[in-house]
Design a protein around this ligand. Structure first.
Ligand code: ASP
Length: 326
């Protein structure tokens, strides 16, 4: 009799543990997406309630564009592309329409995308006529033997693959023009997205007009694989925003991935070290969003704010702007 009781209790214990394990698995999101709309000096006291509402609505649109794809079992690559597309089409962000101006009063945009399942990547730099630079970056990845195309060649390549081409006046916004005329420097507003899909694949993408009043021909970190964008199923997917020169010198996106992959620290620890310590000590302003294969994600920045939002299949979602929102 006692033997039977013992066996029964062992069986019950096994059942409880297997339930717990299932719970843990169920708590792990099947999919997740995180987006950013740029980091910088973003203070509540300088933001009108209308502007705040407009930013939040557009971040929500971008997030949902990505979520709808992930929910339906689509790829993380399609999800990050869709989210970035929405932000590129909005004049609020420094990417696509609303991109900042170079010192010569022109728009020169950069974008990149990476597939964490096979390390394929595509990027365009200094484009000025393709309406959605992120689509051009994706076309480079999928339809060319290269990783990056720049300038006229990149615009021509986009056109030859049927992407929408616009007159350069399309990118103009009064707000960015005034910022250019005031010779503002270091204005950020890049957009980015990282995602985990139901198949466990990671992807990252970033798109930007660069920095206000940048020199003609200047390329930032956003189209540089490893600096502004990186995705690796064995580590994490990262998209950065901030003072690009620092992100390039520190190969930030790859650095976070490598720290996680080779030293076994968590995504949070890796991001904190690189953004809050390494970069900050050098005076490099900015932040990153990242997600790993377990659906852990971070939105780490050393500035006063970063437009950011996340949503996952476990039902968690938030749209945030200021540091104090944390
Ligand atoms: N990182 C971008 C660049 O340096 C700027 C930004 O994030 O807003 O081009």
């Amino acid at each position: 009799m006692t033997k039977i009781l013992k066996l029964l209790s062992l069986f019950l214990l096994a059942l409880i543990f297997s339930c717990c394990e299932n719970n843990i698995i169920n708590d792990n999101p099947k999919w997740a997406i995180v987006i950013h709309g740029g980091a910088g000096t973003i203070l509540k006291k300088n933001m009108s309630p209308e502007a705040e509402k407009a930013y939040k609505e557009k971040l929500s649109d971008a997030l949902n564009a990505g979520c709808n794809i992930l929910e339906d079992g689509g790829t993380s690559l399609d999800a990050v592309t869709a989210a970035i597309n929405v932000m590129e089409d909005s004049p609020l962000f420094n990417a696509g329409k609303g991109a900042v101006f170079t010192a010569e009063g022109k728009n020169e945009m950069d974008a990149s995308i990476m597939d964490g399942s096979n390390l394929m990547a595509g990027a365009v730099a200094g484009v000025s006529t393709v309406k959605n630079p992120i689509l051009a970056a994706r076309a480079v990845m999928e339809k060319s033997p290269h990783v990056m195309l720049a300038g006229e060649g990149a615009d021509e390549f986009a056109k030859s693959h049927g992407l929408e081409i616009v007159d350069s006046s399309y990118f103009f916004t009064q707000r960015r023009w005034e910022s250019y005329k005031r010779a503002n420097k270091n204005k950020y507003g890049t957009v980015g997205a990282v995602a985990l899909d139901k198949d466990g694949n990671l992807a990252a993408a970033t798109s930007t007009g660069g920095m206000t009043n940048k020199m003609k021909g200047r390329i930032g970190d956003s189209p540089i694989i490893g600096a502004g964008t990186y995705a690796d199923n064995k580590g994490c997917a990262v998209s950065a925003t901030g003072h690009g020169e620092y992100f390039m010198r520190n190969v930030v996106a790859y650095d976070i991935n490598a720290l996680m992959k080779y030293s076994g620290v968590s995504l949070k620890e890796a991001a904190n070290y690189v953004i809050m310590k390494k970069l900050k000590d050098q005076g490099g302003d900015g932040g990153i969003i990242a997600v790993d294969r377990a659906g852990n994600f971070v939105m780490t920045f050393n500035t006063t704010g970063m437009y950011r939002a996340y949503k996952n299949s476990a039902g968690f979602s938030e749209i945030l702007i200021y540091k104090s929102d944390n």
